[in-house]
Design a protein around this ligand. Structure first.
Ligand SMILES: Cc1ncc(COP(=O)(O)O)c(C=O)c1O
Length: 425
């Protein structure tokens, strides 16, 4: 009989070389690497890129490391911060007829995830810490409110003590959008592990990344089970995958939000750099605050826990939009929305540009969840509904801080910004 019984190796040197190519390695070095890899005997079961049925799953290992790092009991790796939010909302039981409090300053995905979970976002003012204002949250609570979704914007911790008190009083879930603040802390506790659920983004622009990716963190086994179920429509990787549901609410239809193994592998390496990244940026953030001497029309954004910030952005609040715009336009290392806003640039981080919400645009004509019969009275959406946020955001200028920056960069930058701002005002 002709033929071969040699096992088919689906992933081999070719796939590894494509990954290596991402790092812009020279052709000569690539050739050497290929020779080395080809010389290795192919291992049985090499390159199983599916996380389940895989005792060496990189994604599972990454989750385990995240639990050890953050102290969260459960970590679920997913394919984006947005899918982490949707899975967390669904896990928390958010659905048709529910309202979720979302800050007016966040990336649009925080609000969009609520709509995808079939609930409606109640857009709520921030205060000058650039995070949810607890007094505004209390005002926006109705009998339909199911959850509060604080966002730790720019790596700045939200007022978690106050928000937890409000949530306990009204029996609400807290889902922390920690997309921009992995490794940040509030009073010594990792952001994302303080509320009922925490969601992290690992996309290209975040503290650390996996290319694309996200994490759901929780200490609650039932919330984890439901998030895990939703993240894999293939039907719930419980201890016994094929069993009937152990309890109502365990089996339902979901999505496929699984984190790919390649991203899990990158996550392991990136996680080892998390502390280093945050310590470097936090040190320069503190240095700039100490060394920049601001004119009387400006002040630093106060952090709710200065020792817990990620530190990659330092905010300066001016008294007026005109002052912020002229500081940004002076091109002295200050960025910010205000100048873009006066030039008509639509930034997706501020609520007044979220026309999908303000105009209730939906993918299908019946208009759910905004027109869903369960919702009753819809919050009133308008470009002016959160005047405090608008006022703050249009007075804000920011300094971006890279982990590559050191104390010498900090001193030079502080001297330059102090000099230029004091010339301007
Ligand atoms: C506050 C916030 N929430 C959610 C997301 C969504 O994360 P991802 O891009 O991983 O879907 C982002 C990403 O920019 C974000 O900044």
């Amino acid at each position: 009989m002709n033929g071969t019984s040699k096992p088919y190796v689906k992933y081999s040197t070719d796939e590894l070389m494509e990954c290596i190519d991402v790092f812009n390695v020279s052709a000569e070095a690539q050739q050497k690497i290929r020779q080395l890899l080809d010389a290795e005997k192919e291992a049985p079961n090499a390159g199983n890129f599916f996380r389940y049925y895989n005792p060496k799953s990189k994604t599972a290992q990454f989750e385990q490391m995240v639990c050890e790092k953050t102290g969260a009991k459960y970590a679920l790796a997913v394919n984006s911060g947005t899918s982490a939010l949707v899975a967390a909302l669904v896990a928390a039981g958010v659905g048709p007829g529910d309202e979720v409090i979302v800050p007016a300053y966040t990336f649009f995905a925080s609000a969009s995830a609520v709509v995808v979970a079939k609930a409606v976002p109640v857009i709520t003012d921030i205060d000058e810490t650039l995070t949810l204002d607890p007094a505004a949250v209390e005002k926006n609570i109705t009998r339909r409110t199911k959850a509060i979704l604080p966002v730790h914007m720019l790596g700045l911790p939200s007022k978690m003590d106050e928000l937890r008190r409000i949530a306990a009083k009204h029996n609400l879930k807290i889902i922390e959008d920690t997309a921009q603040a992995f490794g940040g802390k509030y009073k010594g506790q990792y952001l994302g592990t303080i509320g009922d659920l925490g969601c992290i983004s690992l996309d290209a622009y975040k503290v650390i990344g996996t290319g694309e990716g996200g994490l759901v963190l929780t200490n609650d086994e039932w919330l984890y089970t439901r998030a895990q179920s939703y993240h894999d429509a293939a039907a719930c990787w419980r201890p016994d995958r094929y069993a009937r549901e152990r309890k109502a609410g365990e089996l339902f239809c979901g999505e496929n939000y699984r984190m790919p193994e390649l991203c899990g592998a990158v996550g392991i390496a990136q996680l080892k750099k998390l502390d280093w990244v945050n310590e470097r940026t936090r040190a320069v953030w503190k240095q700039l605050r100490a060394e920049i001497k601001l004119p009387s029309c400006a002040k630093f954004v106060e952090a709710n826990d200065p020792d817990g910030v990620c530190g990659y952005t330092l905010g300066i609040l001016f008294e007026t939009t005109e002052q912020a715009v002229s500081a940004i336009n002076a091109k002295i290392g200050l960025g910010g929305l205000a100048a873009g806003d006066t030039r008509g640039v639509r930034d997706w981080h501020v609520y007044w540009n979220w026309e999908q919400i303000l105009e209730q645009k939906t993918a299908t004509a019946e208009g759910c969840p905004f027109k869903c019969p369960h919702i009753g009275k819809l919050p009133e959406y308008s470009v002016d509904m959160c005047p405090t946020t608008k006022n703050i955001m249009r007075r804000l200028a920011t300094i971006a801080i890279s982990p590559a920056f050191d104390a010498a960069w900090g001193s030079a930058t502080a001297a330059k910004i102090t000099g230029e701002l004091n010339k301007l005002f």
